[in-house]
Design a protein around this ligand. Sequence first.
Ligand code: MTE
Length: 335
Amino acid sequence: MLIKTRNQGFQHPVSSEITNPAVYLERRHILKQLATGVAGAAMASWAARQAMAQSSPWGSRPGKLAALNFQTSKVDAAVTMEKVTPYKDASTYNNFYEFGTDKADPAVNAHTLKTSPWSVEIEGLVKKPGKWALEDLLKLSPMEERIYRLRCVEGWSMVVPWVGYSLAELVKRVEPLGSAKYVEFVTLADPKTMPFVGSRVLEWPYVEGLRLDEAMHPLTLLTFGMYGEVLPKQNGAPVRLIVPWKYGFKSGKSIVKIRFTEKQPGTAWNKAAANEYGFYSNVNPNVDHPRWSQATERRIGEDGLFTKKRKTLMFNGYEAQVGQLYAGMDLKKFY
Ligand code: MTE
């Protein structure tokens, strides 16, 4: 993003747990079998796992989401079959500026984040505003596992099995008014537990936004887990968004408020540098960032000095699913 990492020489840890796709798919299958019909019991153990995750030293994993009611993804057509990024890479190479600007900082610092109790406030232009406890959000709809590419504006990408359900399930439940055109996502900004909140890197809280139709698109995932487990804190526990056809910064972490508005919300990166980070931020190899090309990307966990970069795909490869949302729009202007 705007800020260069302090530690230019940072090497991704060599993963000792690269998941062979066959082993991974088998694990998914077992998870799904384990999952059937036990969502209720899951809620009690969720609290226990959250407590455990809170006291866990860096390096340990937060625990299984297995008891949640996994379903085969309804949007399987959009799920990539590319090799999944090793867990270790996806959970130690992060952007979460509330915990530092170096890629390694969030995994080291985010243990202070308190993820329980947690609630998400629904505000603004809806018939049913109110506060949702995390436990109720978890029960709102069956969980799906979706293997999505996430492409960061900085030129790297990863492939992660995220766990959650379409944000549309929640949006429908709160009944947006006819005047609602946008959805704003406000994330936690707690200076007591987030050491970099208060730094001048960005305006806090970190805020992101989508058009209502983007928020309703089935690919937009309200995300509670990854790799069949509770989200690690550094990846945005206990609830974050994944918008796979947009640059990673649109996918806000540790969400506390969802607000429905008539006007386009101001967003953290757009406020920091409007000429570099637009509201739409659709992955687009044909529109360069003012300071670098967006035509290629480096896959996290695969990078040797001589590894060939991959070509970045229009809408991050999800053009067939989302292209029509932008029909007739000048994507150079609405970047
Ligand atoms: N959410 C918050 N609250 N704070 C952040 O700094 N960084 C964004 C996004 N969500 C960020 C955030 C950016 S730039 C990216 S690329 C993704 O989170 C990274 O998600 P990951 O660490 O799970 O890969």
